[in-house]
Design a protein around this ligand. Structure first.
Ligand SMILES: C[S@@+](CC[C@H](N)C(=O)[O-])C[C@H]1O[C@@H](n2cnc3c(N)ncnc32)[C@H](O)[C@@H]1O
Length: 195
């Protein structure tokens, strides 16, 4: 799980790219310690951030107080939060690997966006070849139990497309050398629009 301020510069840049150009009312799912908050652009009028782990939510509230835009932190899970079609954007970073039912959550996020609203995601996703083998082994053994239910071999972008989103931009990025045998060194970053 990657949640500290001591992150590689490459991941910090991906966080900034994931938030670039956002405007209006934003929902951030699973904010952790609030590492994204410092990077929200000035066009964002409000961030509603969900973080169910109480200790992490406390740290996130401190990050919210220092953020450049207004951020409120709730300890609701996304499943508890409900749906009201009032957000201009939803931000997910390193969280769709951890929810119990990613298909249901992505459908819920779709329903919470205004038409034309965007889902911005930065996620661990299923790789291919040797990485896929490693990811499946990690997911079947200790990785989810040690790392907050993180599943490294998820077809998150298939869930996003199946929910009805139109994917406007998506790419894969390595934050560590590709040869390093880690199941989470590759990220998918993308923008998906509710038509
Ligand atoms: C790996 S951390 C990522 C934190 C942060 N988004 C980041 O980019 O550093 C995943 C976070 O998602 C939260 N989470 C897990 N399941 C959730 C759910 N159903 N609803 C909301 N948050 C959830 C966890 O408590 C955890 O803080």
């Amino acid at each position: 799980m990657v949640m500290s301020g001591h992150e590689p510069e490459s991941l910090r840049r991906l966080r900034m790219a994931n938030l670039a150009g956002l405007t209006g009312r934003v929902l951030e799912v699973g904010a952790g310690t609030g590492t994204n908050f410092a990077h929200y652009p000035a066009g964002v009028s409000e961030v509603v951030a969900l973080e169910p782990e109480v200790r992490l939510a406390e740290v996130a509230r401190r990050a919210a107080a220092a953020a450049p835009v207004p951020v409120t932190v709730s300890t609701a899970t996304i499943e508890e939060f409900g749906a009201d079609e009032s957000f201009d954007a939803v931000v997910c970073s390193l969280v769709l690997c951890s929810v119990d039912d990613p298909d249901a959550v992505v459908q819920q996020l779709y329903s919470m966006l205004k038409p034309g609203g965007q889902l911005r995601y930065l996620e661990h996703v299923a790789g291919v070849g040797a990485r896929a083998t490693l990811q499946k082994a990690a997911d079947a053994t200790v990785w989810p139990r040690l790392l907050g239910n993180c599943h490294t071999h998820r077809n998150t972008e298939a869930s996003i497309a199946a929910a009805g989103f139109s994917v406007a931009g998506s790419r894969r990025e390595q934050t560590l050398p590709a040869w390093l045998p880690l199941p989470v060194s590759e990220f998918a970053i993308g923008r998906a629009v509710r038509p």
